[in-house]
Design a protein around this ligand. Structure first.
Ligand code: NAD
Ligand code: MG
Length: 398
């Protein structure tokens, strides 16, 4: 039989949680993939390690201060080293068949959009791309005739369950949420939660920002916004159910009453492998689903009182006017401040809601027409949110 050509991959965010799982899938699928380039944020040693292991030809570090260390760590390997934000875009544009977008936060918007604009198929983990600049990303994907493959487990499950069905045949889409570490906590307990407690997720091991987002259900709010743009389905047809076992990741409800569930063990290697090999399937060592072992699957309605961040995010989606972009920017600053122990847990949602309300009151809330406009809005909201943090309104923030 003729050997199949291997698929070449660029990994943006190669040193992170999704990046490392991607590397593990690639290493385990001998010969199916080659790695063209890898990019990371600030850790030159970790980036050099993954670049060597995967045999990449180009390694880009966002932090320019790490250039010397990266170059040294790659000397004699033939792997080209580069540093600075432009080099991350260069990595994204390195010739490849697919780009894994796994940078955390809005830092991923520019390089991921560059890859999409160059016509690359993008496997998208970096949901902030769509929350910040969803319409521009979807327009560009359509214009280039390329597909955005969802890596986020809920969206991947829904994508598989939809199976390219006509949107008219879909009544509703449900995203499930594990409920996070505070699912059974009282509002008072949640308000005072520490970073250590928020970072202790029951079902998933992920980077710090998404783990904090998950603890307050802000992550689910970001995901509903992501689903809205990705699938082109309005907010009213998107639902959230809390499902602590994280076995059913998404549900597609058809107009005839049929419901298709996307299921898998809670292991990101499953959706990552699905995207990397799409539309084929590969063998992986990802965790297998053992339903008898799980025993029972339970579902409950989300509690908007104890988890106001979900309400704030859904309100932003319904309001439009660029509020998803604003929410995303304010949230990144708020999560950073919480992790630095400058604000309490419940201040995250308050700060984000305040940023949305003030932007509307000041007449600056409007839909960005391009990625450039979205990133300008993002910068402006970051500055405004930092300024209101600096004013230190203690009653709101602690
Ligand atoms: P992480 O913090 O573990 O990793 C982030 C990666 O991005 C690291 O490699 C870091 O070095 C890199 N990075 C940061 N700034 C960069 C920059 N300016 N340029 C280039 N690289 C940069 O985060 P993660 O958990 O892997 O999440 C990545 C993305 O995937 C996030 O958007 C997250 O919401 C999404 N996601 C993650 C999971 C998960 O299970 N971890 C699940 C679904 C979606
Ligand atoms: Mg998810």
């Amino acid at each position: 039989a003729e050997a199949k050509a291997s698929r070449s991959i660029v990994i943006l965010g190669a040193t992170g949680s999704i990046g490392q799982s991607t590397a593990a899938i690639i290493s385990g699928a001998k010969g199916a993939f080659t790695v063209a380039a890898v990019a990371g944020g600030r850790d030159p040693q970790a980036l050099a390690k993954v670049a060597r292991e995967l045999g990449a030809s180009f390694a880009a570090l966002a932090d320019p201060a790490g250039y010397k260390d990266l170059k040294e760590a790659l000397s004699g390997t033939g792997i080209e080293a580069a540093a600075g934000p432009d080099s991350v875009v260069e990595a994204a544009l390195h010739p490849s068949d697919m780009v894994m977008g796994a940078i955390a936060g809005t830092a991923g918007v520019a390089p991921t959009y560059a890859a999409l604009s160059a016509g690359r198929t993008v496997a998208l983990a970096n949901k902030e791309c769509l929350v910040c600049a969803g319409p521009a990303f979807m327009r560009q994907a359509a214009a280039m005739g390329t597909r955005l493959l969802p890596v986020d487990s809920e969206h991947n499950a829904i994508f598989q369950a939809m199976n390219d069905a006509n949107l008219d045949s879909i009544e509703m889409i449900t995203l499930t949420a594990s409920g996070g570490p505070f699912r059974t906590w009282t509002a008072e307990e949640i308000a005072k939660a520490t970073p250590e407690q928020a970072l202790n997720h029951p079902n998933w091991s992920m980077g710090p920002k998404i783990t904090v987002d998950s603890a307050g259900l802000m992550n689910k709010g970001l995901e509903v916004i992501e689903a809205h743009y990705l699938f082109g389905i309005e907010a009213a047809r998107l639902d959230v159910l809390v499902h602590p076992q994280s076995v059913v990741h998404g549900l597609v409800h058809f107009t005839d009453g049929s419901v298709t569930a996307g299921m898998a063990a809670p292991d990101m290697k499953v959706p990552i492998a699905h995207c990397l090999s799409y539309p084929e399937r590969i063998n992986t060592a990802a965790r297998r689903l053992d339903l008898a072992g799980v025993g029972s699957l339970t579902f409950e309605r989300p509690d908007f009182e104890r988890f106001p961040a979900l309400r704030v995010a859904l309100d932003a989606l319904r309001a439009g006017q660029g509020l998803p972009t604003i929410l995303n920017a304010a949230n990144e600053i708020a999560v950073e401040a919480f992790l630095d122990k400058r604000i309490s847990f419940h201040a995250i949602a308050r700060l984000v809601e305040q940023a949305c309300e003030q932007a509307q009151a000041d007449g600056i809330a409007r839909d960005p027409e391009s990625v450039t406009e979205a990133l300008e809005m993002d910068q402006l909201i970051r500055e405004r949110t930092r300024a209101s943090l600096a004013k230190g309104n203690v009653a709101t923030l602690h």
